[in-house]
Design a protein around this ligand. Structure first.
Ligand code: ADP
Ligand code: MG
Length: 244
């Protein structure tokens, strides 16, 4: 369980998160939607401690972090390990092959043997449909392949929660569908996923839970059925903006 209570985050003058109270349950797929600038990335990055809110608490399992106090390095690493992050435009180590990129953290951080890490990386590459890219270098990959490898790389660390920030918004629709099918498969396997996306079809099909953020606050927290089939006026306006 990941739980934020009374969390506030301000960038210089702008308050990006306003008194956020939310719990993410294990084995669920939560889809976060909302207008641009509403705080979705800040919320996700706070869960991974890439951003540190000024106030509030963050409880992971039974350990509570108080944002009023400095966070020590071991806590930071512990949180990063629990919450794997996949970015919109993932970065890879240019001098390492795809396999090398995937096993890097499992070998150096989790202290897995190279043989075990390679075996698992190979299996993960198969799962994302890219077994044939193991020996390639990052410059030899398309954007869609890079994104699928980023998902495999994050899964190789066995995070309790996988956080994805608009993982498909830099991709063509056809490639987007490939990625979303992989995420749907993970959702079906009851991985714990928190996904920021603008793809409402995906949200409808894969989410166990919807969060709607607006102006730094949570405007909706409930089921996809409520969100899509019984929307409030505000959510209806948001959804209508996606219709052609
Ligand atoms: N590093 C930053 N410095 C200053 N303002 C920021 C920074 N990151 C985000 N913001 C601002 O905070 C608000 C929320 O941003 P963000 O979390 O990226 O929203 P979203 O992901 O929903 O588009 C926006 O107004 C954005 O301009
Ligand atoms: Mg964002």
């Amino acid at each position: 369980m990941l739980k934020l209570e009374n969390v506030n985050k301000t960038y210089t003058e702008h308050q990006a998160l306003k008194d956020i109270n939310v719990t993410f349950n294990p084995n669920e797929t939560t889809v976060i939607v909302g207008p641009s600038g509403s705080g979705k990335s800040t919320l996700l990055r706070s869960l991974n401690l890439l951003e540190e809110p000024e106030t509030g608490t963050y409880t992971i399992d039974d350990q509570t972090i108080n944002f009023n106090e400095p966070i020590d390095k071991s806590t930071l690493l512990w949180v990063r390990r629990k919450t794997g992050m996949v970015f919109q435009q993932p970065r890879m180590f240019d001098h390492l092959t795809v396999l090398g990129n995937i096993i890097e953290a499992p070998v150096h951080v989790l202290k897995q043997s190279k043989a075990d890490a390679r075996k698992e990386a190979t299996k993960l590459l198969e799962e994302v449909g890219l077994a044939d890219t193991a020996k390639r270098y990052p410059y030899q990959l398309s954007g869609g392949q890079t994104q699928r490898i980023a998902i495999a790389r994050a899964l190789a660390m066995h995070p309790d929660y996988l956080l994805l920030d608009e993982p498909t918004s830099a991709l063509d629709p056809e490639i987007e569908a490939q990625i979303l099918r992989i995420l749907k498969q993970l959702a079906n396997e009851h991985e714990s996923l928190i996904i920021v996306t603008h793809n409402m079809e995906f949200a409808k099909n894969a989410a166990d839970r919807m969060l709607f953020l607006e102006d730094g606050a949570i405007g909706f927290d409930g089921t996809p059925d409520e969100f899509f089939n019984h929307p409030t006026d505000r959510i209806n306006r948001f959804l209508n903006a996606y219709k052609i």
